[in-house]
Design a protein around this ligand. Sequence first.
Ligand SMILES: NC(=O)NC(NC(N)=O)C(=O)[O-]
Ligand SMILES: [Zn+2]
Ligand SMILES: [Zn+2]
Length: 528
Amino acid sequence: MRRFREERSGRVTDRLRLSCRRRGAEMEGLLWRVLPLLALLSSLLLYSYFSGFKTSHNDCSLLPYSHYWIRSKRIVTPEGVIAGAVEVKGRNITSVVKEEDWQGISKGERVLDYGEAVVMPGLIDVHAHLDDPGRSDWEGFPSGTKAAAAGGITTLVDMPLNNFPSTVSTETLELKIKAAEKNIYVDVGFWGGLVPDNAYNSSALEALLQAGVLGLKSFMCPSGIDDFPMTDASHIKEGLSVLAKYRRPLLVHAEVQPDSISMPDLDGDDPRSYYTYLKSRPPLMEEGAIRELLTVSKDTRPGGRSEGAHLHVVHLSDASSSLELIEEAKRNGESVTVETCPHYLAFSAEDIQDGDTRFKCAPPIRDAANKEKLWEALMAGKIDMLSSDHSPTVPELKLLRDGNFLRAWGGISSLQFVLPVTWTYGRKYGLTLEQMAHWWSKRPAELAGQRLKGAIVTGNYADIVVWDPDTEFYLDDNYPVFIKHPTISAYMGRRLAGKVLATFLTGNLVYEEGKHAPAACGATILAK
Ligand SMILES: NC(=O)NC(NC(N)=O)C(=O)[O-]
Ligand SMILES: [Zn+2]
Ligand SMILES: [Zn+2]
């Protein structure tokens, strides 16, 4: 029995030994097969570690790495235009070096040398209507933000109207955020709507602000959108008092039809004539609205009821009395700013052909003398910033064939073109690269409360546009245009200077020479 057991156990041991040997051989074989794979994997890991290669989000960028230098002879920084390089690592700018210090930098790094091209902070457009959700056939987040990226805009703040439903509550903001997520090629923040329904309901307004809108927007005249009714000065006063607590701005479309203004009689006037439309919205409408606004902007003074709130007049067209009133408010210590748009700086009423409703917007484009005064005010620092007021629609509603200015949709389509337009029309007034960055990046970043955007400085997000001020091009059918309906844009067919070469968004090269990164990796921006 014992022997048997021994014998048996001996046989078992033998078998075990045999199977161990066989398994050992198998393991060895496996090891030889796996070893090269392991070596490959570890070298890939090492490579990705040292090169900053993105393993997960590389569809967000046209570059296969995320640590690199952008080099140029013209980098626009808050300290002036310098020759040198901007170091980008991941999402941020990690250093900005002048040419004289460049030699000391390790040469193993990746360098994108743009020569003489301008390297500037990405543009921040605080006034765009992307019409999503609800009217994405007018524009929509994907095409709108692709156009923005192609135009050097890295951040835009979307208006609360023209989308449906209008963004006037936490629920409607939620719909907007959902529509934007994974569909945006640049960063997008949101203004909420101040409307009669929520103006006296501070808890509703607070909920909207807590949900992340960067500020509020209201209209002092009919907006043309049924679920976005107009507000008066008393609504605005209430809105400002809530905004004060959050230190966020109220943006106002400042046109009214005050009883004191006797509106011109248009009976018998040709609706196809631009002058008929111009007559229907005189400068007095802007002036009247601003006069009313100034009765409540007093509250924003230090020690005032709404100290901490801020009033921003959007798309100023009247360069006369309206501008003087705004100047006066600023002198009185009120927290007030004003923007104008490239179309008021590029076009004048004299140039607009009868029936060409591509030029219809509100307030209207005024005469050449007014345009000159707008440029003067802008150059003198009296106008704080620029915005696109990109407000497209479907071509049918522009009534291009009919040409009826009184019935056509009002709004200029410009999102992709604002950089070259500002540059092209501003050169004769001597505008500088620093002014471009000031009006399009620094001041809009402040308005939208974006502390890490709007300037090329260490620590900021690497939101950068590279453009060539000397290249001229025609906006013709061969030009890559990304707005949804190019035919309704007043800029098509124009010759412009200042070509966008590349756009970087939080370190990703999102656009280069007609091509976008495959994935929509812009972020929604919500205020905290
Ligand atoms: N509903 C609109 O988009 N209106 C816009 N229309 C323009 N500007 O003609 C605006 O901003 O007022
Ligand atoms: Zn407006
Ligand atoms: Zn607008």
